[in-house]
Each structure stands twice: as C-alpha cells, then as structure tokens.
Design a protein around this ligand. Structure first.
Ligand code: SF4
Length: 87
C-alpha cells in the first residue's frame, strides 16, 4: 500500500528543473512504469527500492529494475578489468 507521506515528498527533478512530488515520478515513465531515473533520484532520501518492491506489481518492478542504466563507475571498472586482462 502506498504511503501518502512518501508520495508527497518533493525534490528538484534533474529533467524538469522544478520541484516535483514522488507521486509524479511513480507515473512518469513509459506505459505504467515509474520514471527510469527514480532509483537515482530518490535513493539518498529513502529506501526507494524497497518501497517500489512493496508497492509495484512484481512484473512492473522487475521491468524497472532490469531497465536501469548501468552506472558510469560500474562501466569504468569493467573496462579497466578488461584492459588488465588484455595486457
Ligand atoms: S525520477 Fe524522473 S521525474 Fe522524478 S525527479 Fe527523477 S528524473 Fe524527475
């Protein structure tokens, strides 16, 4: 069940440049999915992953998680490891 206290929390959206409530992030993705950046934007504020896992249908949660872009750090580490192997 969603929590109105969480749904009404606000932050400055890096895409829109204005304050927006979490409830907007929940519906602003493709189809029925939340915005693809929802984990990146909210992880420092509360346990957004746990919240989504509890409140989204399992299929929607899995789609969102598998569609997350890889972090730049993960990509850099992988490239460095590949370069070490190829020496
Ligand atoms: S999750 Fe999407 S809509 Fe929400 S603040 Fe981040 S970029 Fe903006």
């Amino acid at each position: 069940m969603s929590d109105p206290n969480i749904d009404n929390m606000e932050l400055r959206c890096p895409r829109l440049g204005s304050l927006i409530p979490f409830r907007y992030c929940l519906i602003s993705g493709e189809g029925d999915l939340p915005c693809m950046k929802i984990m990146d934007c909210w992880w420092e504020i509360f346990d957004v992953d746990a919240y989504l896992k509890e409140n989204l249908p399992a299929e929607a949660y899995n789609k969102l998680v598998t569609a997350q872009p890889r972090s730049k750090v993960a990509t850099i580490v992988e490239i460095a490891e590949e370069a070490k192997k190829n020496k």
